[in-house]
Design a protein. Sequence first.
Length: 143
Amino acid sequence: MKTTLAGLDKQCASNEKDLVAARKIIDEPGEEVAELYDLQDQLEQYTQKNSLEIHGVPESAYSSTEEVLLKLAGALKVPVQSQDVEICHKLRNKGTKAIIVKFVSRKVKTQLYRERARLKNVKVSDLFPSATLATLANANLFK
């Protein structure tokens, strides 16, 4: 009986070592996946440095998103040209859709962002004089 018990103890110790080794193998990819998520998050934040969101312009006031950007830049007296914009489109939101602009250079985005305080004096009717009264009534940011 003692020999059987000693054999079972050895087998149990061997199984515990195998279990520890298996857990180590299982945990390795988990750590790697967590590290990859962190790297992806850092990359996404870096790529968003050239992007700017524009809120509060009713969709019915403009025909293209680039038109909104160029009119805002003109009102802020920041020189922006079509070549400065990599992509410009609406975001899918409920209510008034925001516009996201990705610039070729961070310099232009920074200039616009610094001058955003001037938007307090800008009305949608100044930017889009041909907009209807209903459209202007829906504009809440630029009043």
